[in-house]
Design a protein around this ligand. Structure first.
Ligand SMILES: [Zn+2]
Length: 392
């Protein structure tokens, strides 16, 4: 089936806008954009007047088995395997309905995200493309140890990396520092060492996979970059040297600004553990300053939310984008970070992330002009996944 959208504003994901334009696609791929035409007959024509069209968005940091409840650790410890799987499916579909056609799941207990990816690929359920980490790899007692593989020393970390690759992970999640949502660990403190993470990155590289390092403290961030990780998650305490290393290594920043924003906004009154609120409050200003330093220095930025953390709801991608705009990015830059740059960080930019001929037809229509107001991305009109309209 061939679909054409007419009279629409096209945001192509690579910084270009085509006003009053058109796009043609079938169930495999995009066939024409802008002035281009095709010889075959069009089956469905959609009038795109008043709508904006962009590539399916990509959330680079979600936890599908967390539910944005005040205390994610309590939920994870309570759920059995089946409940974690149902919860993950339910949350995955929230992303798709919000126009997020691809998510990278940065850690789940029981590897449920890997299994869910397979169930969706088999056609059992409608859902977004999932790039799954499964269980993170952490030092003994490290950040999120309650759902991770604990490994110490290069050999154990290498074994854990190989195990996750064998289990079907697309990306290896490594904990380079402590974090806000694990009691007793300091966000600034280094955890896995550079050599331990290097062992995991080498295995990922051999297997054609990527790596993501949870890295808040400055030394842990630098350890992770030097070890060769693909993306730095959070990046709370960046300095000039960290920026220089990121530029040198081509490391991406996935800032997840919405995570501390929501923790601080709701606070202990909403039931968030005091240790989490205190740690997030302490990190909030340096986090935003680090983001601005990375952006102005030209570090590659890919958008991720940490959805599933307290009051950080699955599918509420736009809160992150609104914060990025407040911190100085232009609408075009934000769209690119949420589409093409994210696809690049997944190593999948030949297939998704922009509206170009030959790319998979993951396409979103929203009401209103995005350049006039980024919040218009909340007003989803329709979502096409593989060229098929999703029932919202
Ligand atoms: Zn996370």
């Amino acid at each position: 089936m061939i679909t054409k959208i007419n009279n629409v504003s096209i945001y192509d994901g690579r910084g270009q806008v085509l006003l009053n334009s058109s796009i043609i696609f079938n169930e495999q791929m995009i066939l024409a954009v802008g002035e281009e035409t095709i010889d075959e007959e069009i089956d469905v024509v959609i009038d795109g007047k008043g709508l904006s069209c962009l590539p399916g968005m990509i959330d680079m940091h979600v936890h599908l088995n967390m539910d944005a409840t005040p205390d994610p650790a309590a939920l994870i410890n309570k759920d059995n395997e089946a409940m974690a799987a149902y919860r993950s499916l339910n949350n995955a579909q929230k992303h798709l309905r919000a126009g997020i056609t691809t998510v990278r799941n940065c850690g789940s207990k029981y590897n449920v995200d890997i299994t869910l990816r397979e169930a969706i690929l088999e056609g059992m359920f409608i859902g977004p493309r999932i790039f799954a980490a499964g269980q993170p790899i952490v030092m003994t007692g490290g950040h999120c140890h309650y759902f991770a593989i604990e490994a110490d020393g290069e050999n154990e970390v290498r074994k854990a990396a190989r195990t996750q690759i064998k289990n079907g992970a697309d990306v290896l999640k490594l904990m380079a520092t402590g974090g806000g949502l694990t009691p007793g660990v300091k966000p600034g403190a280094s955890q896995l060492s550079e050599s331990e993470m290097h062992a995991a990155c080498t295995e990922a590289c051999h297997a054609g996979k990527t790596t993501a390092a949870h890295a808040q403290g400055n030394e842990g961030i630098k350890n992770a970059i030097r070890a060769g990780v693909t993306t730095i998650e959070h990046g709370v305490y960046l300095d000039d040297e960290a920026i220089r290393l990121m530029l040198e290594h081509g490391t991406y920043l996935v800032a997840t600004l919405a995570a501390p924003y929501n923790v601080i906004r709701h606070g202990v009154e909403a039931g968030i553990p005091a240790y989490a609120v205190d740690k997030n409050k302490e990190a909030s200003v340096p986090h935003q300053e680090s983001f601005q330093l990375a952006y102005t220095s030209g570090v590659k930025i890919a958008t991720g939310t940490d959805a599933g953390t307290p009051f950080n709801f699955h599918g509420d991608f736009v809160t992150e984008l609104e914060i990025m705009e407040k911190l100085g990015m232009s609408v075009q830059e934000i769209i690119q970070a949420a589409t093409f740059t994210a696809a690049e960080a997944l190593g999948f930019e030949d297939m998704i992330g922009s509206l170009e001929v030959g790319k998979l037809s993951d396409i979103v229509l929203v009401k209103g002009e995005i350049s006039e107001n980024i919040s218009n991305l909340r007003n989803v009109h329709s979502v096409f996944m593989n060229g098929k309209s999703i029932d919202l």
